[in-house]
Design a binder for this molecule. Structure first.
Ligand code: COA
Length: 327
């Protein structure tokens, strides 16, 4: 992907929010139904529990509403809603259209399916819309993978779950937060992770694992190069929450320490399009990001897609100036 041209109108994130279904399934619960153990799941994945239930529209409305409230933007000022999801409630229309209506928005609304890389794809698109004149864009990542998971298959039932998280992007004067980005896909690898329409997830876990580390490292490196930064300058990494060993192996190769990682995997499992924004929202809620920090988002998923982005939090310029949000 090319570097961002100079002088495009940028954006900053001014609000965020998340939603998880109330129902929790622990590893001990899974021990009752499939041949597995809490210790094995923790050791091989890092997951302790996962939230399941709800619909893609319902969870998106919940996280979207919290995000709009936090940012304080007028509903009528939102120019577009982009919903990253692999599990829309219907084939047609896009779940985003129903979410738009339920949130009381009057703007374009569409779904993006790039599997677990979907949120970063949507975020990059939203920046593109802002460069083209939009001023405020709501980006939501939601998946309800429990509905397409075979709960008798110990290969996948231990991993997948439901959740949603969102951000509001607002246009600023001058360059915003996005310093570099990369989107990738390799359709030849689709056979390793897929679900037919109306079917359940099929996965070759070992092959996905092997490729995931490679493509996360590759994508993150490209984004950092486009941003003109090195790994040691990154303050926080927000990786796709699929498996702690994939995260560890990728960060090792990138030369990034685990202390710089946002993690919710242990309590959420793999929530696909929701995974990166859920971890980002958690880090923000816990005060782990301050103005001017460099944040690296990096994910991978079925397709096999990969996506990454380098953000300078708040869009603060190198000399400390604060870009003004456009009304
Ligand atoms: N519980 C207990 N034991 C299990 C098990 C489970 N759920 N699944 C497999 N095992 C056993 C196997 O039978 C095998 O036993 P053996 O050594 O006696 O033959 C052993 O544990 C190792 O199995 P293996 O398949 O090699 O495990 P793994 O280390 O590859 O872990 C995954 C399996 C699925 C956790 C791992 O491959 C993975 O996470 N891959 C990436 C998947 C992913 O991220 N998908 C989403 C992408 S967005």
């Amino acid at each position: 992907m090319p570097a961002i041209p100079p002088n495009v109108r940028g954006a900053v994130i001014t609000g965020w929010g998340s939603a998880l279904p109330l129902k929790v399934i622990t590893n001990h619960d899974l021990e009752q139904t499939i041949d597995t153990s809490h210790d094995w799941i923790v050791d091989r994945t890092g997951i302790h529990q996962r939230h399941v239930g709800g619909s893609t529209v319902g969870l998106s409305v919940e996280s979207g509403r919290a995000t709009l409230e936090m940012s304080g933007v007028e509903l009528s000022s939102i120019d577009a809603l982009v919903l990253a999801t692999t599990t829309p409630d219907r084939v047609v229309p896009a779940s985003a259209a129903t979410v738009q209506h339920q949130l009381g928005l009057s703007c374009g609304a569409y779904d993006v399916n790039a599997a677990c890389s979907g949120f970063v794809y949507a975020l990059v698109q939203a920046h593109g819309m802002i460069a083209m004149g939009a001023k405020k864009v709501l980006v939501i990542g939601t998946d309800t993978l429990a509905r397409i998971t075979d709960w008798t298959d110990r290969n996948t039932a231990i991993l997948f779950a439901d959740g949603s998280a969102a951000v509001v992007l607002e246009a600023v004067e001058g360059h915003g937060q996005l310093l570099g980005w990369d989107l990738d896909a390799d359709g030849a690898a689709e056979k390793f992770l897929y679900s037919e329409v109306g079917g359940l997830i099929q996965m070759d876990g070992k092959e996905v694992f092997r490729r995931a580390v490679r493509i996360m490292v590759d994508s993150a490196t490209k984004s950092m190069n486009h941003a003109g930064i090195t790994a040691d300058e990154v303050a926080l990494v927000v990786p796709h929450q699929a498996n702690i060993r994939i995260i560890q192996a990728s960060l090792d190769r990138l030369g990034l320490p685990m202390e710089k990682t946002a993690l919710v995997l242990h309590r959420t499992g793999n929530t696909s399009s929701a995974s990166i924004p859920l971890a980002l929202a958690d880090a923000l809620d816990n005060g782990r990001v301050k103005k001017g920090d460099l944040v690296l988002l990096v994910g991978f998923g079925a397709g096999m897609t990969a996506a990454s982005a380098v953000l300078r939090w708040g869009g603060t310029t190198a000399d400390g100036a604060d870009p003004a949000v456009l009304p």
